[in-house]
Design a binder for this molecule. Structure first.
Ligand SMILES: C[S@@+](CC[C@H](N)C(=O)[O-])C[C@H]1O[C@@H](n2cnc3c(N)ncnc32)[C@H](O)[C@@H]1O
Length: 226
């Protein structure tokens, strides 16, 4: 099934409506990312933004924020949420995987597993950002490209479900295709030609605000000038 159809259905059925809070990883580190002079914190991009929990949070913190997601239903929910809390976010309904923008169901039927398709540069026209985040969406190879979309001094923050052997109580996707191996995120960034500094690189178990236990890989890097 096409990513858009599948995710539209999930959001129509109420996916993540019980999770309106922004990501812990983002909230814990936001003070290091914002401009404390009362000016805009710059342009931020939230990839696979879903119903906008993190996009709205970034807008509330003074970022000029764009959210991108394949699901029009998710984007509509995000837009309604932003209006409700009184912030402005730019929304783009677009796929980030090679096949996710095709309208041709045959092409999807031939390869129903687009997650393994190589990604070129799905945000080629978007320019550069002070902050790019991508939370809980696996797009192999994309981080290498994202480094070129950071302004010098800009930050990339990523959180993915982690492949683990921590037992059944860990929540999240069952398929390893939707999880990353330890070290995989940093390996993608290291394949970039851009100079960078690692600010945080974590892989392990965390307790979600809901009380659930998740296994996550978190990476926060800064593109260095030069
Ligand atoms: C687990 S949710 C995470 C949403 C959001 N980042 C968050 O942390 O709340 C995964 C998101 O990826 C989006 N997605 C799935 N396939 C996609 C694709 N090919 N291109 C862009 N977004 C996609 C889904 O619509 C969904 O919103």
């Amino acid at each position: 099934m096409h990513d858009r159809t599948r995710w539209d259905d999930r959001y129509r059925q109420g996916a993540y409506s019980q999770r309106p809070w922004p990501s812990d990883f983002l909230q814990q580190n936001i003070q290091a990312l914002i401009n404390k002079n009362g000016q805009s914190s710059g342009q931020a991009l939230d990839l696979a933004c879903g119903a906008g929990r993190n996009s709205v949070f970034l807008a509330q913190q003074g970022f000029i924020t764009q959210g991108v997601d394949v699901s029009a239903v998710a984007i509509a929910k995000g837009a309604a949420y932003a209006t409700k809390v009184g912030v402005k976010v730019g929304w783009v309904c677009q796929g980030l995987l090679a096949q996710s923008n095709t309208a041709d169901p045959q092409a999807v039927a031939v390869n129903p597993n687009p997650i393994h398709e190589p990604v070129k540069d799905p945000i080629n026209d978007f320019g550069q950002f002070q902050l790019i985040i991508m939370f809980r969406f696996v797009a192999p190879g994309l981080l290498t490209t994202l480094m070129d979309h950071l302004l010098p001094g800009g930050h990339l923050m990523v959180e993915e479900h982690l492949q683990h052997d921590l037992g059944e109580e860990i929540v999240g996707p069952r398929s390893p295709a939707f999880r990353v191996a330890p070290g995989a995120l940093l390996a993608e960034v290291a394949a970039s030609t851009q100079p960078y500094a690692v600010i945080e690189d974590f892989a392990g178990a965390v307790v979600e605000p809901s009380g659930d236990k998740a296994a996550v890989s978190r990476l926060w890097v800064q593109r260095l000038p030069g």
